[in-house]
Design a protein around this ligand. Structure first.
Ligand SMILES: [Zn+2]
Length: 263
């Protein structure tokens, strides 16, 4: 299972990191997890043929996780893509995405390829992988948007936010996306080979403790806030000395291969 980190910034725009976007590949299936600003540029810079992307999964609708989606669709269309694309979104958000894309004149009748926005678990295109050969992706809810629940309810906006459990021949991983606290994903990650965890709403000491408690777990920190940049060399040293380097810190363009022979 291959992970390519395309956007590793927090929600704060910065000059040297793009916003949340992670490509997960296995056995010919290429899934883009979130499409923050700069997603398409990141894919192209990494030499990825965007025509090969089979599916996009959105974890929640904060701007730094979705604003790259329309340009990804536009890029695929202008490049003449013909294969279908499914965009999986949290429950209750399908119509909002459809309206948002239509508002940018991204009409299915006009587009070079069929695409549809689907709620997690729904599948429309026959070659939309995710079955026995590719990746199994299971979203599970986290508390990231609980803090805005009351205000969002007043504005009639759902507050679902999801982490993903991803498994395939290479092993299993939890992708936290944004969470409220490490407890949102710790139990699920304990049984996995890899945890990709955001670094804005959790403490590095908590991540270090999790790595210490689970000696087989590898951890990649992403969603790096600006105020953490200066601490990264020290954190990497601590990881090397105390966890055999099992905690890594992502930057844009970083690749990680998960190969678990026992999976
Ligand atoms: Zn968020």
């Amino acid at each position: 299972m291959r992970f390519l980190f395309l956007g590793t910034a927090s929600g704060m725009p910065t000059g040297h990191r793009r916003h949340s976007c992670l490509l997960v590949e296995e056995n010919g299936e290429r899934v883009l997890v979130d499409a923050g600003e700069g997603a398409t540029a990141g894919l192209l810079q990494a030499g990825i043929d965007i025509d090969g992307i089979t599916r996009v999964v959105i974890t929640h609708t904060h701007a730094d996780h979705v604003t790259g989606l329309p340009l990804l669709l536009q890029g695929m269309h202008l490049a003449g893509r013909t294969r279908p694309l499914s965009i999986s979104v949290p429950p209750g958000r399908v119509q909002w995405f459809r309206d948002w894309l239509r508002g940018m004149y991204i009409f299915t009748e006009k587009w070079s390829f069929p695409f549809d926005v689907l709620q997690y678990g729904d599948r429309v295109h026959e070659d939309d992988a995710g079955g026995t050969q590719g990746l199994h992706i299971l979203p599970f809810a986290n508390g990231h948007l609980d803090k805005v629940r009351d205000l969002a309810a007043k504005h009639d906006v759902p507050t679902g936010s999801y982490s993903l459990h991803v498994s395939g021949r290479g092993g299993s991983a939890v992708l936290s996306s944004d969470i409220a606290a490490l407890d949102d994903v710790a139990a699920m990650a304990a049984g996995c080979d890899l945890l990709v965890v955001e670094s804005t709403h959790v403490s590095q000491d908590g991540i270090h403790a999790l790595a210490t408690a689970h000696p087989d777990l590898r951890i990649i920190c992403t969603h790096i806030p600006q105020e953490m940049e200066d601490a990264l060399p020290g954190l990497e040293r601590r990881s090397a000395l105390q966890t055999k380097g099992r905690i890594l810190y992502a930057n844009d363009g970083m690749e990680f291969i998960l190969e678990n022979d026992t999976a």
